[in-house]
Design a protein around this ligand. Structure first.
Ligand code: ZN
Length: 91
């Protein structure tokens, strides 16, 4: 998929932060919002579930990549919507 190692580690850190800081919230059915992390970015992104696939309106997401926001929403879904505790295997 073309991620460099450094980029991936950075992304995972970011996903972890998004979850820890409760930046992900559900707007309505199939639509999620990702608030900015101070120091990382200033934009609020919207993540939509479309036929079971998550799409994000950030730069990477628009290119069809699985960005940190999508990964964070997936964890959010597991945790909140499936109401079970999921271990964060993000180092
Ligand atoms: Zn994104």
């Amino acid at each position: 998929m073309g991620y460099e190692m450094g980029t991936k580690a950075f992304m995972n850190q970011k996903v972890k932060k998004l979850i820890e800081l409760n930046k992900i919230s559900r707007v309505t059915d199939g639509i999620y919002q990702c608030l900015p992390i101070p120091g990382y970015n200033i934009s609020t992104y919207t993540i939509k579930e479309y036929f079971g696939k998550l799409l994000c309106n950030c730069q990477a997401g628009r290119k069809g990549r699985e960005c940190s926001h999508i990964q964070a929403v997936r964890i959010y879904q597991e945790r909140v919507e499936h109401s079970r505790e999921v271990q964060l295997h993000i180092a």
